[in-house]
Every structure is written in structure tokens, then in C-alpha cells.
Write a protein that binds this ligand. Structure first.
Ligand SMILES: Cc1cc2nc3c(=O)[nH]c(=O)nc-3n(C[C@H](O)[C@H](O)[C@H](O)COP(=O)(O)OP(=O)(O)OC[C@H]3O[C@@H](n4cnc5c(N)ncnc54)[C@H](O)[C@@H]3O)c2cc1C
Length: 400
């Protein structure tokens, strides 16, 4: 059997891996238009500071398949869990940073959670709406505007880089929407959840960098990798799919495309900033911004995964902005009191990179005869653990 995969990001590579497992003798070719694999996954490993430019942390409780996959690739020793400090987050309100409460006592006193208890107690009496709606409409209805503004909007900006008024609740917090529909309220739904023991740490990553994971994954999938080969044309008939690049044309029995040009995606700019010494950060995961104009948040990399630090004195942080028209040093001084010039600064603009599931978004049909579509458009997932999980499920239910 001859299989072609288009796109060498985590979607294409995890498909290649699970297809190889299911079809050990298949000829699998993977086409990537850039000169390297990984897509938005890209680690800086050769410099004075270690950084991830794209994704960096994965939620342990949502990563069963990803952790199993990493185990199958022999990466157990490389998995590092976030320091407990990463459980603390701050929110920048415009003139000060407030700690997001993590205990009942803190929640009672924090301005961020003002009115929370009243909202939760009365939440069961709010009407249920089964149709899709925006995250903003959903939370305003269920927990009130104040909590939505102070907690939900900054948090969603930190994940999707987009506003809660645009995004679909069904495709982002589907579990919470299900609680409303099936249990009548979020509080009732949460109470029916079995409490799982907190695993090693709530977040993890790969110590040597996620490109190390990508390298291992591509090796194990035993696919023939064509780099610098953009697919120009795909056509099919009853017997085969034809793939044309600027360099060659090939025929396959099946093609898996991980591209989804037709949907709206959010652009985001990522700034990796390093200081050799003399900068102190709060013990936390980072800061989110309450009403972001351009700055979306700052991640304190050197606090989350200190084992990736190359010296005791260094400070590493990553700033996320909507675009590059921002004075980063000015923001770092305002939010964190950092007056020093960075010793290291790398900027990367990700254009149309983050899936933006809008209200009413419908998953696309998955298959057109010999062409399979596997992308955020078909499965509505954004995170790396979710994509790996979907790829596994997709291949397991596939009859070729
Ligand atoms: C800045 C940033 C931070 C993130 N942080 C996290 C995080 O901390 N945790 C998390 O779980 N998720 C995170 N995500 C989300 C997650 O990283 C992405 O959703 C996921 O990696 C997307 O993988 P993909 O393979 O679908 O797409 P991509 O990574 O975009 O890969 C698509 C590939 O297809 C190639 N391609 C495009 N056109 C063609 C063509 N015509 N022919 C051949 N190849 C082509 C591209 O060059 C690219 O390599 C983050 C995303 C971004 C942008």
C-alpha cells in the first residue's frame, strides 16, 4: 500500500507513526514544504539559552496518549514535570498584577473572584441552552460578567490568542457545555466528576526540547521524508491519488492531508527573552492580561522548567503578543520591573497558526474517496496532546 501525508507538523507525524504501526509494510511518504519537520514545534537548543519558540507545556491529565507515545519512543527519561511554582498565575489588570487564587481563603479575599460564591450557589437556577454560543455568552450566563472578565477572558487569550466573544463554547470547553446540558449546571457537573489523584505535575515537557521528540517520532514512523517539497496539486481517480510538487509527481493509494487553508486562524508573535543574571521573576507560571490590546501574556520559562536552565543565575521568559508592533522591553519593565536589556532575544511571527473555532463551527467531512483530511478543521483540536489522541483514534478506526 502507498500512502502520502502532507504536512510535517505534529498532525502529519503522529498520523505517520500510527499508520506505520497499523500497516508495517506500507510505503509512507511525508511531504513538508519547509526545510525542517515539526511545524510550529521548534526548540532553540544551540544557543546560550534553551527555549521553545512554539508549544512548550502539556497538561498531564489530558496527555495519556502523548505520554504513551513518548514512552514508545524511549523518551521516558526525558519527560520533565513542571515545578509546583507553575500552579501560580498572575493577571495584569492594567495597573497591577493580581495572583489568581488557588485556595478557598485566597478566593474569598481576591478582587479577581469577587462575587464567585454567590454565582456558584445560584448557578444551578440559570436556564440551560443547548445550542452553540460564544464562550463569553456561556460564562456570562452561567457565572456572571465579573468572573468572566477577570478570569475567563485572559485565560482564553492565553490559550487561543483570540477573544471569548468570537470562540465557540462547544469547540473549546465542550466538557463544560456538556455539564450544563446533562447536569443542569457547571457546579453539579463538576461535583459528579471523580476526583483523580493529581499526577506527578500538572504540566510536562521534553527536557532536550520538543524537536527531540519530533526527531524520534519521524525516525520511528519510518516514513520517507521529503523536505522543501510543497504540494502544488492533488488529483484522484478510482485507482489512485496523484501528488504533484515542483520537483516530482507520485501516485498513491491514499493521501492524508493535515492542511486546513479554508478556516480562520489566529496569528501570534512569540518573543523568547533571556537574561544571564540580575533579573528576578515571581514564583509562577506567568502573567495573563485582563484586557489585552497587543500583549497577551508572559510565560516564566525558567521558573516552570528550571532543569532546562543552563545556569543558576539566568532568567528565561516568553512574551506572547498579537503582532510584532510592540515595545517588548517597555512592557517587561511595566509588568515585571525589568530594566535590563535582554542578553538574548528571538522573535517569531506565527501567521494564521492557531485554530480559531468560531460559534457555529462545523467539523468538516473527513474523507473524499482516497483523500483523508486530518486537521483542526476536521477534529476541532488545538493542543498537541489532543492532536496525538485524535490521530491515534483516527487510524484505529480506519479501514484502508
Ligand atoms: C506559539 C504557539 C504556542 C503553542 N503552545 C502550545 C502549548 O504550549 N501546548 C499545546 O499543546 N499546544 C500549543 N500550541 C498549539 C499546537 O502547537 C498546534 O496546534 C499544533 O502543533 C499544530 O500542529 P499541526 O501539525 O496541525 O500544524 P503545523 O504545526 O502548522 O504543521 C503543518 C505543517 O504543514 C506544512 N505545510 C503547509 N503547507 C504545505 C504544503 N502545501 N505542502 C507540504 N507541507 C505543507 C507546514 O510547513 C507545517 O510544517 C501552540 C501553538 C502556537 C502557534
Amino acid at each position: 500500500m502507498r500512502i502520502a501525508i502532507v504536512g510535517g507538523g505534529i498532525s502529519g507525524l503522529s498520523l505517520a507513526y500510527y499508520l506505520r504501526k497499523a500497516h508495517p509494510l506500507a510505503k509512507i511518504d511525508l511531504y513538508e514544504k519547509e526545510e525542517r519537520l515539526g511545524g510550529v514545534i521548534d526548540s532553540i537548543t544551540e544557543e546560550v539559552f534553551f527555549f521553545e519558540k512554539g508549544p512548550r507545556t502539556f497538561l498531564t491529565k489530558k496527555s495519556c496518549e502523548l505520554l504513551t507515545l513518548m514512552g514508545e519512543l524511549g523518551l521516558e527519561d526525558q519527560i520533565i514535570y513542571a515545578d509546583n511554582k507553575a500552579n501560580t498565575r498572575y493577571i495584569w489588570t492594567g495597573d497591577t498584577k493580581l495572583k489568581v487564587p488557588t485556595t478557598l481563603f485566597e478566593a474569598i479575599r481576591s478582587p479577581l473572584t469577587k462575587g464567585m460564591f454567590k454565582s456558584l450557589i445560584t448557578e444551578w437556577s440559570r436556564p440551560t441552552i443547548c445550542e452553540d454560543e460564544s464562550i463569553e455568552q456561556f460564562f456570562n450566563r452561567r457565572i456572571g460578567c465579573s468572573l468572566t472578565e477577570s478570569l475567563i477572558r485572559p485565560m482564553v487569550y492565553g490559550i487561543y490568542g483570540a477573544d471569548i466573544s468570537e470562540l465557540s463554547i462547544k469547540h473549546t470547553f465542550s466538557k463544560l457545555k456538556d455539564f450544563e446540558i446533562n447536569n443542569g449546571s457547571l457546579t453539579a457537573g463538576l461535583l459528579t466528576q471523580k476526583r483523580k489523584k493529581r499526577p506527578m505535575g500538572s504540566l510536562f515537557t521534553v527536557k532536550l526540547g520538543l524537536t527531540h521528540f519530533i526527531h524520534k517520532l519521524s525516525k520511528k514512523s519510518d516514513a520517507r521524508i521529503y523536505l522543501n517539497e510543497s504540494i502544488d496539486k492533488i488529483s484522484q481517480n478510482e485507482s489512485f491519488v496523484k501528488v504533484e510538487t515542483s520537483l516530482q509527481q507520485e501516485e498513491y493509494d491514499y493521501l492524508f492531508s493535515t492542511l486546513d487553508k479554508s478556516i480562520k486562524k489566529t496569528s501570534i508573535t512569540v518573543w523568547n527573552v533571556g537574561y544571564k543574571s540580575g533579573v528576578t521573576l515571581p514564583d509562577a507560571f506567568g502573567i495573563l492580561v485582563k484586557n489585552p490590546t497587543n500583549l497577551l501574556g508572559i510565560v516564566f520559562d525558567s521558573k516552570i522548567f528550571p532543569t532546562q536552565n543552563r545556569s543558576r543565575e539566568e532568567t528565561r521568559l516568553t512574551v506572547m503578543t498579537k503582532n510584532s508592533a510592540v515595545l517588548i522591553e517597555d512592557r517587561l519593565e511595566r509588568l515585571l520591573g525589568i530594566k535590563k536589556k535582554p542578553d538574548f532575544l528571538v522573535v517569531k511571527e506565527y501567521n494564521n497558526a492557531l485554530f480559531r473555532p468560531q460559534v457555529g463551527h462545523k467539523k468538516e467531512k473527513k474523507r473524499d474517496r482516497r483523500i483523508h483530511y486530518f486537521s483542526s478543521n476536521t477534529h476541532s483540536k488545538v493542543s498537541v496532546p489532543d492532536i496525538v489522541k485524535e490521530a491515534k483514534k483516527y487510524v484505529e478506526t480506519l479501514v484502508l
